[in-house]
Design a protein around this ligand. Structure first.
Ligand code: GLC
Ligand code: MG
Length: 667
């Protein structure tokens, strides 16, 4: 699909690229026979014949079909609803003309969701839905009541209500953005990151032009470069970075600031918002007298962008994205591919990138001290800088269409195959994810082979500190089939896999139990009084307030909460994380609940873990496995003297443990 005219209208942007790249990636799978991309046709003198109703284009397995709804004029997305009924008719006519109905429909964007819903209702074809940009998020950002937006949201609700699965690109989309919709439950959403073309950035080198464009601003251009690249609009929050830099004498002394904010010839010609943002930036430079320390090139060519990342890397610098909300975070992936450590807003998509790749730090975009500290930490700690820089390579593997295809096609297979028979499990194995089930890919494959052989009688459970979508996404990415149950956010949420519906369903009874008596505000007040540093917004749940441990002593924190009359569980992990959980809630309590629901006695359960947030679960279970790569003192814990201490690490340790309990004949 060469020569696509992106941007030809307001509606031919990123989602078209996504659909085309996805179709191409999908077609490369020999198991896929055919892909039809169905869209509305129109004849418009300016846009050309190419898009005419009824016209088809074929390239290999992919065919583009342009529906004829009887009106040949071009319609923007706001007006499409006027032709919905005719489009449905045209869609049915197209389906009726096929020699074989599709196995699955993938609807992209609200209006397509409506067509897919009708086809499911009439013909029973399952469908998955990708929203791309969501009306409810737009409504929240613009704070205006707009009939078009309300209509779009209603269409989205209808599409979501009967979709077999919903695909989101990030955890923020799954957990925060879809929370605005009534018709969807958390368990129906699967997070599958899209592919991104990062090759250009991976091999980026500084160019003489990029050097010159920046050096003319700076007194000492060789100093570490703090780089930001973003359009000059308010929500990108570039001003916060200038303020953070200006307010921190250490940074002003040791680093330069480089802000690449679009292109301009004359400020007066910019759109009003862009002009104001640029004026504010320049006013701040002047107010703080940052001359000679900050560069803000007027314009650049597309090929300068990779060179800027490379230049920042060469100086031992850092890339910063301080956006108030960043829906996805493509620039962070570009920086990652260029092996440049990042400091990123904790609001939106960057959570996933940092969690997956470990290539930098998340910061609160409203806290300029936090932004400055993170930059300082990365630039001054050379070991950390190297670790984050090389971790960026993970982004290339994670955000790749071939990787996406694998996960996506596994989901499709799950949805189109006949539903699995319900089964009666005699045993339950519950594994932590990070550094237990995952961490060694060969060992995981061995484990999965064993698990398949035992799946008829053994339920597989997950118990993790990660959120549900974070857990689901990483398990899918690593090729772990949907487990029977996922205990997430350190025991505060439980999702069951429904084998008939092929989706996860949250355990409502557990949800209510966790919520009862939880007072997030009180917890926050005590935590604030102790000066604890909060984790990002996405890590906070009903029943779980999460902080960083930093130099704090968990015992002192526990006492402070008791003294404040708050009955909570304090859990420290990896000398880094601190979770404050609802009273009586943690992984172990959730495992007990799961066992009760499965009607299994304690003796039928084996649990496996590696770190502090597994401790209570391991202690409480009569058959625990501690993998060899344990931390937080688990291997020396007297209360774990009954545990099986594996010699193997990660999944190999789990296998060793389950075999031990099987051979001992008591599991
Ligand atoms: C995961 C969670 C984090 C929690 C930690 C320890 O990393 O994302 O919020 O603090 O596990 O339980
Ligand atoms: Mg772990």
């Amino acid at each position: 699909m060469e020569d696509v005219a992106y941007g030809i209208t307001a509606d031919t942007g990123g989602h078209i690229k996504y659909v085309l790249e996805l179709a191409e990636a999908s077609a490369a799978d020999p198991a896929i026979a055919r892909i039809d991309l169905v869209t509305r046709g129109f004849c418009d003198a300016q846009l050309g014949e190419r898009y005419a109703p009824g016209r088809c284009e074929t390239e290999g397995k992919i065919r583009i079909v342009r529906l004829d709804d009887g009106d040949p004029s071009y319609l923007g997305k706001e007006d499409l609803h006027l032709r919905h009924e005719e489009l449905v008719e045209a869609f049915f006519a197209y389906l009726g003309g096929l020699d074989r109905l599709p196995d699955l429909i993938h609807a992209h964007y609200a209006d397509a969701g409506l067509l897919a819903r009708r086809a499911k209702e009439k013909l029973g074809i399952p469908y998955v839905f990708t929203g791309h940009s969501l009306g409810a998020v737009k409504r929240q950002a613009s704070e205006i009541d707009d009939d078009n937006l309300e209509r779009r949201i209603a269409i989205e609700e209808a599409a979501l209500e009967t979709a077999n699965a919903v695909i989101a690109s990030s955890r923020d989309e799954a957990e925060a953005q879809y929370a605005h919709y009534r018709s969807i439950e958390s368990g129906h959403i699967r997070v599958i990151p899209p592919g991104c073309e990062l090759e250009r950035f991976e091999n980026a080198k500084p160019t003489d032009k990029a050097r010159r464009d920046i050096a003319r601003f700076l007194r000492e251009p060789g100093k570490p470069m703090i780089l930001a690249i973003a359009r000059p609009v308010r929500k990108k929050n570039l001003i916060a970075l200038v303020e953070a830099y200006a307010a921190d004498p250490r940074l002003r002394e040791m680093a330069n600031l480089v802000i690449v904010a679009g292109c301009r010839t004359r400020m007066a010609d910019l759109e009003p918002e862009c002009r104001e943002v640029c004026e504010d930036l320049i006013a701040a430079v002047d107010a703080h007298d940052l001359y000679g320390k900050i560069a803000y090139p007027k314009s650049h060519d597309p090929e300068d962008i990779p060179a800027y990342y490379a230049l920042a890397r060469e100086t031992g610098g850092v890339f910063v994205n301080p956006a108030l909300n960043e829906p996805f975070g493509l620039t962070l992936l570009e920086a990652a591919a260029a092996r440049l450590p990042v400091v990123a807003t904790d609001s939106g998509g960057p959570n996933d990138i940092i969690e997956r790749c470990g290539n930098g730090l998340l910061v609160c975009p409203k806290d300029i001290e936090n932004i400055a500290d993170a930059c300082h930490e990365i630039i001054t700690d050379r070991k950390k800088w190297i670790r984050y820089a090389s971790a960026g390579g993970e982004a290339i593997a994670a955000y790749d269409w071939a990787a996406h295809r694998q996960i996506y096609h596994r989901l499709i297979r799950e949805l189109v195959q006949p539903a699995a028979e319900p089964r009666r499990c005699e045993r339950l194995l519950v594994c932590d994810i990070d550094n237990t089930l995952l961490g060694d890919r060969d060992a995981l494959q061995e484990f999965l082979g064993w698990q398949r052989e035992n799946a008829d009688t053994m339920a597989l459970g997950i118990a993790t500190g990660r959120s549900f979508h974070s857990a689901q996404a990483i398990l899918a990415a690593e090729g772990v089939p949907s487990p029977d149950v996922i205990i997430s956010s350190v025991g505060t949420q439980i999702h069951w896999y429904d084998r008939l519906q092929r989706r996860f369903v949250e355990d409502e009874a557990w949800k209510n139990r966790v919520a009862a008596g939880w007072d997030a505000e009180k917890v926050e007040r005590v935590a604030d009084s102790l000066g604890l540093r909060r984790q990002s917004r996405l890590e906070q749940r009903v029943g779980k307030s999460s902080y960083f441990l930093d130099d704090n002593d968990p015992d002192i924190i526990e006492k402070a909460f008791r003294a404040a009359g708050l009955d909570v569980e304090i859990v420290a992990s990896h000398t880094r994380y601190l979770d404050i959980l609802a009273s009586g809630i943690a992984k172990h309590a959730a495992v007990q609940h799961v066992a009760e629901m499965l009607d299994l006695s304690e003796a039928r359960i084996v649990v496996a873990g590696d770190s502090g947030n597994d401790r209570a679960m391991l202690r409480a279970c009569p058959r625990p496995i501690v993998v060899a790569n344990w931390s937080d003192g688990l291997g020396e814990d007297p209360a774990l003297s009954h545990a099986f201490m594996a010699k193997g690490s990660h999944a190999r340790g789990i296998l060793e443990g389950v075999r031990h309990y099987r051979e001992a004949g008591n599991w």
